[in-house]
Structure formats: C-alpha cells, structure tokens
Design a protein around this ligand. Structure first.
Ligand SMILES: [Zn+2]
Length: 310
C-alpha cells in the first residue's frame, strides 16, 4: 500500500495493529513518523524499521513496522497503547503494570521471573511472573535496591545480584530501564544475559519491547537451557525476523533452495515459504522450528553473506 503524494513523496499506508485504523506516513517527511532505523541488506531488500503512532479516543497507539525500499509494508514488529494523560508524572511509589499489557506467562521450566521496569513511564512489564507474586511490589523492591546501588557505586556494575522473597534476583540496569530475572538452573545465565542486554538496547529509550520475540526467547530457553547469548540477543533485537520478503528474482527460488539445502538440511522445509513471502522467520520458529533456531539463523546469514538474492 503505497503511492506518491502531490510532492512526489512515497506514502506508506498500513493498518494500526491495535485498532485497525489506516495510518499513513512518508519516510521523506520526518514529521509523519517518530523514528526510523535502516537495516543492512536482507534477502536482496533494503529494509527499514519505522515507528509511527496515532491518537484515537484518548489513547496513543504506537506501531513499530518494517518497510522496504519502495515504502511497502513488510511486517509488524510490535505495538502498544499509551493512555494520553494530563502530563502529571506519577511518583516512584506508583509503579503500575503497563496499560494493555497482561501477564504473558506464569511458568517456564528454568526461568522463574522476567520483569522489566520502564523508569520514565513508571511502567512494569511482567513478561514472566509466578501467580503468587505481585509484579508491581517486586518491581518496587527491586527499584529500591537499584537506586541504593546507584547512590553507592561510582560506576555501576553491569549487573546486580541480591536475594528477594526467597529468590536470587539478577538485575540489568540502564538509565531508561531495569530488567530483572530469577532462574532455577544456572546454565540459562548466558541466554538471560543476551535477553536482558537486548531488552535494554531495543529501540533505545523507547517503550517498545517485542513481546512476541520475548515469548519466543523464553520458549527457546525452556527447550535449550544452555543456548548461547548471541542467539537470544539476536532474537529480541533483530527487526528483520518479523519481515515478510519477496525476493527480486523469484525464478531463482528452486535453484537457491536446492543449493542452500545441501549445506543446511532445514532449508528444504523452511526456505520456500521464506523466499516467497508466505512466512517471516518468527512465523517459522513459532510453527515448530524452535529447536532449530541456530540453524535457521545460520542459514539466513549464509544466504545474505553469499549475496544469493542480491
Ligand atoms: Zn490505532
């Protein structure tokens, strides 16, 4: 959905992921969007993540989407609702669960807790929290310890660890966010490092977090506890995993599938839907290929490195 306006700017139009209303913007007109992040070549396309929002009935709907070099919509990355308030910022004592964000998961085989605090909006995002705990109270206690450490340390360490309610809590801190976890199997620590550091980086300073990617990361860790930090970090930070592609030379599909399958057997199953725009990488992972996540990433990198589609 794209067409030039009177001035020749390419207009992208897509439906708000939250309410379905059409939203229009132009990459040439910075007033029409909040931010853009260009990506390196991906399957022969030049993709950009763009953050766009609109206001409707007392709410602001933020969308993070991926578009191609022609301004064509290629996929949603994430979306969230922000109530439009009078501008009074609440005090530290009023940490609340982010509006519209319900608890996603209460149980994981190896990870017992994963909560993020948005320090600017005073929002708590309980991605994983056992039912017996109140996430806002946990967050409040963790924030007290974080602020105490920030007063004490001249230079804050990368992570903090302390005991709380019978759990060993590991905390990652940035100016905008705090992420804390607890786990019952020490082999998940590298994966959680990748996850939490990724969460601190994602869309710097914004409230975007990709719940779909975080749920997938927890699923991966539940199946492969000793998964490496880089794979999980990529899962929560790489916007291209959410893009649907159409390759520049579709008649090459068969040859590419055949070629890549020799090196990556999984290609014979997943590469065709990926090249023909039927599935994004995250769709394929959700569709039963979680255990093969490392092979999937390696295959995608191989194709892009070799410029097989360029
Ligand atoms: Zn909307």
């Amino acid at each position: 959905m794209q067409r030039p306006d009177q001035t020749g700017n390419l207009i992208t139009e897509f439906k708000c992921k939250i309410c379905g209303e059409p939203i229009r913007f132009s990459l040439n007109d910075p007033k029409t969007y909040e931010s853009k992040t260009p990506h390196k070549d991906y399957f022969g396309m030049q993709l950009t993540t763009v953050r766009v929002s609109h206001e409707i009935s007392g709410e602001r709907h933020h969308n993070s989407i991926v578009i191609d070099q022609k301004g064509l919509f290629r996929g949603y990355r994430d979306a969230y609702v922000e109530p439009i308030t009078s501008g009074d910022s609440p005090g530290q004592s009023s940490l609340v669960v982010q509006p519209g964000q319900s608890l996603q998961v209460t149980e994981n085989k190896f990870v017992t807790l994963l909560v993020m605090v948005d320090r600017q909006r005073f929002w708590v995002k309980p991605f994983l929290c056992p039912e017996e705990f109140r996430p806002t109270e946990l967050a409040r206690l963790v924030m007290e310890r974080v602020e105490e450490a920030e007063r004490v340390y001249d230079k804050m360490p990368r992570t903090l660890t302390f005991g709380l309610a019978d759990m060993d809590i590991h905390v990652w801190v940035s100016q905008e966010r705090v992420v804390f976890v607890a786990f019952n199997n020490p082999s998940v620590l590298p994966a959680l490092e990748g996850l939490c550091e990724g969460l601190l980086e994602v869309d710097k300073g914004m409230s975007f977090t990709n719940q779909r990617a975080i749920q997938m990361a927890l699923q991966v860790i539940g199946l492969i506890p000793d998964i490496d930090s880089d794979t999980i970090h990529r899962l929560v930070t790489d916007a291209l995993l959410f893009s649907v592609t159409t390759i520049p030379f579709p008649d090459r599909t068969n040859r590419i599938v055949e070629l890549v399958s020799k090196r990556f057997p999984i290609a014979s199953v997943i590469l065709r839907p990926l090249l023909t725009g039927k599935s994004s990488i995250i769709d394929l992972l959700e569709d039963g290929h979680v255990r093969e996540i490392r092979d999937v990433f390696e295959m995608v990198d191989f194709i892009n490195r070799r410029g097989l589609l360029g």
